[in-house]
Write a protein that binds this ligand. Structure first.
Ligand SMILES: O=C(O)CCC(=O)C(=O)O
Length: 258
């Protein structure tokens, strides 16, 4: 376990059960974050060219400087596979889930300077086509995130409500569905923003409502990695998931977005 972990696991687990998320000020120190950022630059050079059009999204199609999102990074690179399997993040996932975790998706979330769009309010589990909703997502800031460049917001205890909130098609590439009735007094009263420097680590339950604003900074990007783990108990409806993914890819191609 990282020396930078301030809270014992048992206290993080009770925070997670109560709130639907945890926040760790610096999971990794500055030297480790510098290493991860260097490896990330190498990944973009050497691995992105091998990825498929449904695994790499650009804010402006064809503009390499607007790389906004990636999926399945663990499938293309040993360094990032190890980071996902590493004791620190995996142990957090298994503790929060209360069961063995399966690493399923290492994602990249960027909001490029000036053009980064908002992340619509959503619940990850709505996208996952599984039951029970036993999954967590870890979120590691690669650089400072704050209200100007679009830090993450969580709605406290939103994971405790039965079922999912209604979702509908969002126009934001990479987030195909957003909550359609978001913004109730309860949502507003329980929303908390999570600004922080590189190394800030968040982890949320698959039913926790989260969102982020656009990047309004003309100079700073907002780059982060997402680590998705499913609990052993989660059973995926593979047919429904594959059908949804195929339709989404066809729609995005038809709209000229990928
Ligand atoms: O980084 C973002 O803006 C979105 C992250 C997200 O939706 C997630 O980690 O599940």
């Amino acid at each position: 376990m990282s020396a930078a972990m301030q809270d014992p696991l048992s206290s993080l687990k009770s925070d997670f059960d109560r709130d639907g998320f945890i926040a760790i000020k610096s999971l990794f120190d500055a030297a480790k974050m510098a290493e991860i950022n260097r490896e990330f630059d190498r990944y973009v050079e050497t691995c992105v060219p091998k990825m498929t059009d449904t695994e790499v999204f650009y804010e402006e199609k064809g503009a390499k400087g607007t790389l906004k999102q990636m999926q399945n990074m663990q499938l293309y690179d040993d360094y990032f596979r190890e980071l996902m399997e590493t004791d620190t993040i995996r142990e957090l996932a298994e503790t929060m889930l209360g069961e063995t975790a399966r690493a399923v998706n290492l994602e990249y979330f960027n909001k490029p300077a000036g053009v980064g769009k908002p992340t619509p309010p959503h619940q990850d589990g709505y996208y996952f086509h599984f039951n029970p909703p036993a999954a967590v997502t870890g979120w590691l800031a690669l650089e400072r995130a704050d209200p100007e460049n679009g830090c993450i917001h969580y709605v406290r205890a939103s994971h405790k409500v039965d079922g999912y909130r209604p979702h509908g098609r969002s126009e934001i590439l990479g987030f195909s569905q957003g909550i359609t009735d978001f913004g109730t007094p309860d949502d507003k009263a329980n929303t908390i923003a999570f600004p922080g420097d590189a190394g800030t680590f968040l982890m949320h339950h698959s039913k926790t409502i989260h969102w982020a604003g656009p990047n309004t900074s003309p100079t700073r990007a907002r780059r982060a990695l997402g680590f998705v783990y499913f609990g052993a108990s989660a059973k995926v409806d593979q047919q429904a998931r594959d059908a949804y993914q195929a339709k989404l890819a066809a729609d995005l191609r038809a709209a000229g977005k990928i």
